[in-house]
Design a protein around this ligand. Structure first.
Ligand code: DX5
Ligand code: ZN
Length: 217
């Protein structure tokens, strides 16, 4: 399976997110990760569908939209219309997950399920046939710049084993505190998509390419 480095635009300069997007595109990235926070499910706010729609006008990158919302089912349509390619929803809040995944699919988008670091991997099992990606959070979501939680990789290993056993095709993504120093252990565990905010946007061009090369080559 192809490996992907998805820069998280949360770590870009919010006075000119377009520049961060275009710099990732010029670096040769194929995905961009967009974090949506509601101040309820996580104690922070980021940006909404208008920002995603405006960014969409400037780029053909694959838009990997991570909804950190208490009521994600209310926002599938706005983010689909804004130009999301993949929409990931958390398993922890109380809402109708199957119906929400169906909504994502009916709008022609790929679907993902997200697990917080403390959420058992079994919680995603009922949905594995209905999604294209499982995101294992490697920090407690809400803020960039936190430290990577290594123990989450046991869930990645479980998912990778299950996938090869059952012949599944979902991608496994990690998000939070990911830097070059984690690439080797993540690849060994079975990670396909590496989200990196701070570790990507804080680096110069050459370092970014080396980071990306260690994943994608
Ligand atoms: C955390 C977000 C992450 C964040 C990652 O709540 O979901 O996508 O942008 O940023 P870093 O790589 O700085 O931890
Ligand atoms: Zn994220």
């Amino acid at each position: 399976m192809k490996k992907i480095l998805a820069p998280s635009i949360l770590a870009g300069d919010h006075s000119c997110l377009k520049d961060s997007l275009l710099s990732a595109e010029q670096d040769g990235r194929s995905w961009i990760h967009l974090d949506i926070m509601d101040g309820h499910f996580v104690p922070n706010l980021s940006f909404g569908p208008q920002t995603v729609a405006d960014l969409r006008k400037h780029s053909d990158l694959f838009f990997d939209v991570h909804l950190m919302l208490d009521q994600p089912q209310e926002y599938i349509e706005p983010f689909a219309q804004a130009g999301a390619d993949l929409i990931s929803i958390h398993v922890e809040p109380e809402y109708d997950i199957p119906e929400t995944l169906e909504k994502i699919r009916s709008l022609g988008k790929k679907g993902g399920i997200v697990l917080n670091p403390d959420t058992p991997v079994e919680e995603v099992f009922p949905y594995l046939n209905d999604i294209e990606l499982v995101l294992c959070m490697t920090v407690v979501p809400g803020f960039g710049g936190q430290s990577f939680i290594d123990s989450v990789l046991s869930k990645v290993r479980d998912l990778a084993a299950l996938r090869s056993e059952k012949g599944g095709s979902f991608l496994i993504e990690v998000d939070g505190g990911v830097g070059p120093e984690h690439v080797e252990q993540c690849l060994a565990a079975g990670v396909d998509v590496f989200v990196a905010g701070t570790a990507y946007f804080s680096r110069g061009q050459d370092d970014r390419q080396a980071f990306a090369g260690s994943i994608e080559n």
